[in-house]
Ligand binder design. Structure first.
Ligand code: SF4
Length: 304
């Protein structure tokens, strides 16, 4: 019996090719099998976006398999290599995946055409597909010529906090922190590279040196291979969007940070909210994280 309701939609394309310099997440090509996401993170760009409307509504791309097969065939024919990244826009292991196996079927295709993968997720459901990931991580998988890497499977777990109470507030339907940390440990035993996308770091809640130290100590204990840190972004136009949702939660659960949080995004020159905090805040945060991560011997890039 079906547990999750969903709508499906035929799309024109599923496969995005990056023509420019390789980005943060080894995303030479990206595949997102779903539109929208059931994990319902308050800060998610999907809230209020034209693509899905809200994290309460999501769609399955009904022609994902045919499109991906055709794109992968073309890449092979043109001798193109590169990492296929799952999860650049929405979570490939959101709830419906446990029923549909769509990400799993796409991974099988990626394996058939010998491409390496990077999976970004908040879900331990990725463990279900360890058998396919092991096949992808075989010598037959072609790495891009410009990369000197010793593995063909990267899995990055996404966190905005390691505090379970905070997770329940800001990522109400996402898998628990414990499930994610346990999954990292299991995947690490399979010779994959396993790291953390530590973003968005919650301003005034998870971004102090003290909190960052505690976080990095936990990541270090479980032996992650890297973190990719990033500050908060809040997109919206003032309706039911990520900025409104996030500010409302701060007001309710962290009233002492409400004004500071709003100020961080408010542009006094334009009297409007920006999508990002000031560059000075972002740079300061990244500088502090890099320093603390270095102390714990954790790389802050997937490449170096
Ligand atoms: S898991 Fe990612 S895509 Fe899904 S709601 Fe959260 S931030 Fe958005």
């Amino acid at each position: 019996m079906k547990k999750y309701g969903f709508k499906s939609r035929e799309v024109k394309s599923i496969f995005t090719k990056r023509n420019n310099e390789r980005k943060l997440f080894l995303e030479d090509f990206t595949i997102n099998p779903y539109l929208g996401c059931s994990f319902n993170c308050s800060y998610c760009y999907i809230n209020g976006s034209k693509y899905a409307g809200s994290t309460d509504s999501y769609y399955v791309k009904s022609n994902a398999i045919e499109l991906t097969k055709s794109e992968l065939k073309k890449l092979v024919k043109n001798n193109k290599k590169g990492f296929v990244c799952f999860g650049s826009a929405t979570d490939p292991y959101q709830d419906i995946e446990s029923e549909l196996y769509l990400t799993r079927d796409l991974l099988k295709l990626v394996n058939r055409f010998h491409f390496p993968v990077h999976i970004l997720t908040k879900s331990d459901l990725v463990l279900r597909d360890t058998d396919i990931l092991k096949k992808i991580n075989q010598p037959s998988t072609n790495l891009p010529d410009d990369l000197d890497l010793d593995t063909k499977v990267y899995v990055s777990f996404s966190f905005s906090t390691l505090d379970e109470n905070q997770r329940k507030i800001f990522e109400s339907s996402a898998p628990s922190i414990k499930r994610r940390l346990d999954a990292i440990k299991i995947l690490k035993n399979n010779d994959f590279k396993v790291g953390v996308s530590f973003m968005p770091i919650l301003p005034f809640i998870a971004d102090s040196n003290n909190e960052l130290n505690k976080t990095m100590a936990i990541f270090s204990d479980i032996g992650i291979d890297y973190i990719v840190p990033g500050s908060m972004s809040l997109f919206g136009n003032g309706l039911n969007d990520s900025r409104v949702k996030y500010f409302n939660l701060i007001k309710r659960y962290y009233p002492e940070h409400y004004e500071d949080t709003k100020d961080l995004f408010f542009n006094k020159k334009t009297s409007k909210y920006n999508n990002y905090p000031p560059t000075s805040y972002q740079n300061n945060l990244l500088r502090r994280i890099s320093k603390i991560a270095e102390e714990y011997n954790i790389k802050t890039s997937m490449f170096s």
